[in-house]
Design a binder for this molecule. Structure first.
Ligand SMILES: C[S@@+](CC[C@H](N)C(=O)[O-])C[C@H]1O[C@@H](n2cnc3c(N)ncnc32)[C@H](O)[C@@H]1O
Length: 352
């Protein structure tokens, strides 16, 4: 038995399933999906044993929008003995392509999953020792084979591996970000996670420099603006709503009460961020035109997805962005992800 296990936000299993099926069809991999609404995970089982491993190598994790994390499973263990789960898990991990240099013990991101977090903590050290993983010498991210165990219950688990360089750097794809003190809204974490997810550390140093200029459309009360100000970036915050007064006191923020769909800065800026709650296609077109017209170089924006056909809607929006930006003769980088802090929405990063 082999396949791919993908974690997603609960309620987005059908989008995650549709997406992995589309990639499998494109890559010519035969298989079928198993997905249960609200479970927070999806399995793509391949008919040929090596096909899942091949797909994990050929498909870049960054291309997956609805999967927060993924791994190749090589065994599905049921009836794990309560007295010695470690030996059974070790046997399940026998088919790994190389000795693992790290271990992620995971569960689906559901209430039932949370109840298994104590078990994961208890098994971590013994399993690391049994597998010969030395966390003092192992590379933390970016290289090697990582052993994954996904517990569905105390006695059932998928076991397998991910290439650390082609998967999320955090267990279950969930970065543990603390809500910063002083930020005007919790949605500040969405932009924080986006900058962490879409940019490499060296890129963050280059692309988010003090003194840069940004526009935040739909800024109030100011959680996204706060993230930029924290990095000493000047922000024009566009919103008819009230902005947190402390942000205005920083001297880095100008509040403009205007319609974000009409506003344009007098000079080009480095960044555009946009969290306006609107039809996703309107937001996608707006941001694409800013890039195509050279009004900004980078953009982070949310596509809100209150509709039924969410996967198709995201594809439609990304295609529209491609039409507009490529139509202007520009080369660009685009990535889209449903981040952990996203709810009924996905986040897009664009760079020209
Ligand atoms: C989800 S909130 C933004 C939250 C903000 N990112 C934060 O972190 O605090 C959406 C905002 O978009 C604003 N908005 C909606 N339509 C707008 C438009 N056409 N132009 C500008 N702002 C708009 C709303 O007033 C609201 O404050």
């Amino acid at each position: 038995m082999a396949g791919l296990l993908l974690y997603c936000r609960g309620g987005f299993e059908s989008e995650c399933a549709a997406e992995i099926q589309a990639h499998a069809a494109r890559l010519g991999v035969a298989g079928f999906v198993k997905a249960k609404a609200g479970s927070g995970w999806v399995v793509f089982e391949t008919y040929e044993a090596d096909a899942a491993a091949e797909m994990h190598e050929r498909l870049s994790f960054s291309e997956l929008i609805f999967a927060r994390q993924w791994f190749v499973f090589t065994a599905f263990l049921t009836d794990l003995p309560l007295t010695d789960r470690v030996s059974a898990l070790l046997q399940g991990a026998a088919a790994l392509p190389a000795p693992p240099s790290a271990l992620f013990l995971e569960t689906p991101d559901t209430n039932e999953g949370k109840e298994l977090s104590g078990l994961c903590r208890a098994l971590r050290k013994p399993l690391e020792i049994a597998c010969g993983i030395d966390t003092r010498t192992s590379p933390q991210t970016g290289a090697g084979v990582r052993l994954h165990v996904c517990f569905l219950s105390g006695t059932a688990a998928y076991v397998g591996y991910a290439l650390a360089g082609n998967s999320a750097a955090w267990p279950m794809g969930i970065p543990r970000l603390k809500s910063p003190r002083g930020a005007p809204s919790r949605s500040t974490l969405k932009l924080d996670e986006a900058l962490l997810h879409f940019l490499m550390p060296a890129e963050r140093d280059i692309y988010l420099r003090p003194g840069m200029r940004a526009v935040d459309l739909g800024a109030a009360p100011g959680g996204w603006t706060w993230q930029l100000v924290r990095r000493h970036i000047h922000v024009t915050a566009v919103d008819n709503g009230e902005l947190d007064s402390k942000l205005l006191e920083t001297g880095l923020v100008a509040h403009v009460r205007a319609d974000g769909f009409r506003y344009r800065p007098k000079e080009a800026v480095d960044w555009l961020v946009c969290d306006i709650v609107e039809q996703p296609i309107r937001v996608a077109e707006l941001v694409a035109h800013w890039l195509a017209e050279g009004v900004c170089h980078h953009a982070v924006f949310n596509l809100k997805l209150p509709m039924k056909k969410r996967y198709q809607e995201v594809q439609r929006c990304l295609t529209r962005v491609d039409d507009i930006v490529r139509g202007a003769g520009l080369d660009y980088v685009m990535a889209c992800k449903q981040l952990y802090h996203d709810r009924e929405e996905v986040t897009v990063y664009l760079r020209c």
